[in-house]
Design a protein around this ligand. Structure first.
Ligand SMILES: *[C@@H]1O[C@H](CO)[C@@H](O)[C@H](O)[C@H]1NC(C)=O
Length: 281
C-alpha cells in the first residue's frame, strides 16, 4: 500500500503546487518564485508558516460533511483569457513533448533558457516522465484525444466513464470564506477513479493518475457567505496509516496518520473520471 501513500500525497501536493503556480498567474505575468520554494515549505513546514497559505483551505474532515455545516474554503480562480488552450491532437503531436527535447520546445515558444516559463516546463516534463510507482497508473495528456485514449486503457474496453468537476454556479471570486453545506452530500460509488489536473505549460497539459479502492467521493452543494453557489467534488482518502506523519494535511486538520480520513475539495480545473454507471445515493 506504500504506493497509495506516495501517489495520493503526491496528488494533494499537486493540487497545491499547481494551483499556486497556475499558468494563469505565471505564464503571461512573468511571476516566478513559488515553483522552487513552495514544495519544501508545504512538505516540511519550515519557514514562514505554511499554514498561512489559503490554498491549504481545501482540506476537510469527512465528518464535516453534514448538512448545515460551515467550512472555510478557498477556491482559486482561473482567468480563461490567460489560461492555456487545449490543442487539437494533430497540433499537439507536432510539438516535441519530452525533457530531452526541452531546448527545441523552448525555442518553439521563444522562451529563454533560464526563464520562469522554462523552469515550469522542465518541471512539468519531468513529472510526466517520472516512472509510475508499482500498481499506480499515471499518464500525461497533451490533448483531449490522448486523455480519452489513456482513460480507455485504464477503465478497460467496454467500460464507460464520465467526468466529475467542481462547478461554480454563480460569479466566483477567489476569497477565503465559509461555505455552508446545503444538502446531505451525494456519495459517488466507483471502484476506480482517475484524477487529472492541469500542469504549468504553454498549452493545456493534464497530469492524470489512477486509483482503485481506499477512497470516497462526494458531490456537495454549497453556499458561500457572499452568496456564491458551488457544486463541489470532494475526495476522501480513508486509510492514512501509511502516510508521512509530516504531511501538511495532518497539520491543517490537526490529526495523525490512521486517525481519520484526509479529504480535500477539488479546484474547478481538476477532473475526476469515474466508471459509469456510478451509483449515487
Ligand atoms: C467561519 O466561521 C467561523 C464561525 O462560524 C468564524 O470563526 C471564522 O472566522 C469564519 N471564517 C472565515 C474565513 O470567514
Amino acid at each position: 500500500m506504500g504506493s497509495c501513500f506516495a501517489s495520493w500525497s503526491y496528488f494533494i501536493f499537486h493540487v497545491l503546487l499547481v494551483s499556486q503556480y497556475s499558468p494563469a498567474n505565471s505564464w503571461k505575468d512573468n511571476d516566478d518564485g513559488h515553483l522552487q520554494t513552495m514544495p519544501k515549505q508545504l512538505e516540511h513546514g519550515d519557514g514562514p508558516s505554511p499554514l498561512m497559505n489559503p490554498l491549504l483551505n481545501l482540506f476537510f474532515k469527512m465528518n464535516d460533511l453534514k448538512q448545515g455545516k460551515r467550512i472555510p474554503i478557498y477556491f482559486s480562480t482561473n482567468d480563461p483569457s490567460t489560461s492555456p488552450h487545449l490543442l487539437p491532437k494533430q497540433e499537439a503531436d507536432s510539438i516535441p513533448f519530452s525533457l530531452s527535447q526541452l531546448p527545441e520546445v523552448l525555442e518553439f515558444f521563444s522562451f529563454p533558457k533560464h526563464s520562469p516559463q522554462a523552469k515550469a516546463m522542465e518541471y512539468t516534463l519531468s513529472e510526466c516522465e517520472f516512472e509510475p510507482l508499482m500498481g499506480e497508473t499515471k499518464f500525461c495528456a497533451n490533448s483531449l484525444e490522448s486523455m480519452l485514449d489513456s482513460l480507455k486503457g485504464f477503465f478497460g474496453t467496454g467500460t464507460e466513464f464520465h467526468a466529475l468537476t467542481t462547478k461554480h454556479l454563480s460569479k466566483h471570486s477567489a476569497l477565503l470564506q465559509n461555505y455552508t453545506v446545503l444538502e446531505v452530500p451525494k456519495v459517488v460509488e466507483t471502484p476506480k477513479m482517475v484524477g487529472c489536473h492541469s500542469m504549468p505549460y504553454p498549452y493545456k497539459v493534464f497530469y492524470c493518475h489512477g486509483q482503485e479502492g481506499d477512497h470516497k467521493l462526494f458531490e456537495i452543494s454549497m453556499l458561500g457567505d457572499n452568496g456564491e453557489r458551488v457544486e463541489v467534488v470532494g475526495v476522501c482518502h480513508v486509510d492514512t496509516s501509511h502516510w508521512d506523519p509530516n504531511h501538511v494535511a495532518f497539520r491543517v486538520l490537526n490529526t495523525k496518520p490512521g486517525e481519520s480520513p484526509v479529504c480535500h475539495f477539488l479546484p474547478a480545473d481538476n477532473i475526476i473520471w469515474v466508471a459509469s454507471p456510478a451509483v449515487t445515493n
